[in-house]
Ligand binder design. Sequence first.
Ligand code: C2E
Ligand code: CA
Ligand code: CA
Length: 602
Amino acid sequence: MFRVVYCPASIRAGRAGPVRERCRALMKLLLVEDNFDDADFLAASLRRHKVDDVALSHVATLRDATDQLKSHSFDVVLLDLHLPDGSGMECVDAVQAADPATPIVALSGKDDEEFALSILNKGVQDYLVKWEGQTRTILRAIRYAIERKRSEMRLNYLAQYDPLTEIPNRQYFHDQLEKATARARREGRKVALFFLDLDQFKIVNDTLGHNAGDRLLREMAQRLRGSTRAGDVIARLGGDEFAVLLEGIRGALDAEAVAQSILEMVAEPFHVEGREIEVTTSIGITIYPNDNSDTATLLKNADIAMYQAKEQGRNNFKFFTERMHEELLEYHNLENDIRDAISAELFSLVFQPKVNLITRKLQGLEALLRWNCPRRGNVSPVDFIPVAEQSGHIVPLGHWVLNEVCRTLNRWQAAGTPVVPVSINVSARQFQQADFHKRVANVLNHHAIAPDLIELELTEGLLMEDTDSAQRALQQFRDIGVRISIDDFGTGHSCLNYLRRFPIDVLKIDKSFVQDVTSCEDSSIIVEAIISLANSLRLDTVAEGVETREQMNFLIDRGCHVAQGFFFGQPLKERAVRPYLEDLIDDAAGFATARLDMSEIA
Ligand code: C2E
Ligand code: CA
Ligand code: CA
């Protein structure tokens, strides 16, 4: 049963302009009420007041109501809570399920007003006690209900959608993932979860500005929508991270096909602000229930797999595996052990000589970290430094190194031992601290160490990441008087332009080139090029990793006059460095030669 019980006269008569326009301003009410007298009473009072912007339709059962709501749109549902086929909250639930967007005004009798009041906020926007009050009051309640529903929906939207891309946000995605895995569990089906991260999005943002970055993200959201099916959920998790949820897949093969098409679609050039930009993405995939976990873990697993995809050259996808999980556990173990070792002071320093190849004198030392872990034995910095960097432990650890170096220099000076400059390796995280130069100055002050006794070794990548702030930071060190060396030079991708602008002192030629100079033409050409570049920029060069006399001679011939490597000496404990330093007191001419010969024999 469905009947229109009231429609404004103007519409019936076709007056007041085109019907369609009138209809747009018309408020369409659906009255769900099994008592026909009540329905007719409301229609009669609308008629009596010649209300001209309301149309009232009437159904008498929940069943008819849900049918109507599914096929037509209404502005408000007036819902009696005692119907032949349902009562109370049941009625509300059924109406909501049929159309979650339509506001509900519950109709109660005098005796169940309390109940009506109690279900406000449970999907019910307002209630009316039948038919107390004037028609106008009733209509006002209805209008308020519509307003309330609108703002509710708006808030819901804001809570669930990412305003920039207008696709679901992390919260909503979590909820959907939860529901999808529950469904998959019940129905014995599979769900694939993709975690996407744009490659080098930061570069776009930094070079073209945030507006361009925003446009790119919006376009990305659209493309994702285009390469998935209607039922798939896509979301922006934050920054340049997106997620995709595929339900009802048969297995990895289906997921692979979708991943492949996403990669291809992203690889098409983007047109942003009159420019053509090429972007790629890395995708981590996990499949439920193959990786049987709760939703938070599933997201984390997909994230881990995404990192693997990035590490293996970007612009590809990787499925999560148990092996990745184990690596992550190992990472966390190592991270914990590093934290413990910092507080237990299990780290120590060794010092490797740098030798002047012309004067054969000791020219400096490089401080290198050593970790003797009770459980693991000696751990190489090659293994623990990256973990310390990623976890942030490098900041306190690096601070400890700086302190320890200054304390050692101070001890030597107090004992009357001559000293040489000591270089310290500095990680990106340390260098990027806003007050890093102040920390360094404080430590120098505290131990009364002259700034030119300290040289900081930085890597190229670190400086090229954000060249402006790097330049500022370098200048601050120049002002303090600390020397700066670029470590592992030649392995990064330095822009010569910046190199010229940066206030630096030394290029340290990476050992991978030095070790091949006598056997590989490319390496010898690179080393020659670095030396002549340094000369033209008036920078010193230090060759690291020198292991043979031939390598040393090559360097002397080409004009690189300072070297470091096993040929001259292994990194030494403080105790073992002293004799080297003490030899400086005498005429040092014979010193390095003697050491050289010894190291050749050893
Ligand atoms: P690096 O700064 O390039 O340090 C030189 C590395 O080469 C040292 O390894 C050193 O022992 C090794 N080496 C020296 N001479 C030779 C040689 O003739 N042949 C060969 N094959 N190797 C040579 P180590 O001590 O294992 O340090 C490895 C890396 O760990 C360092 O590379 C540096 O990046 C990092 N590291 C070490 N100590 C610290 C530190 O205190 N702070 C930070 N941030 N990083 C550190
Ligand atoms: Ca170094
Ligand atoms: Ca190095």
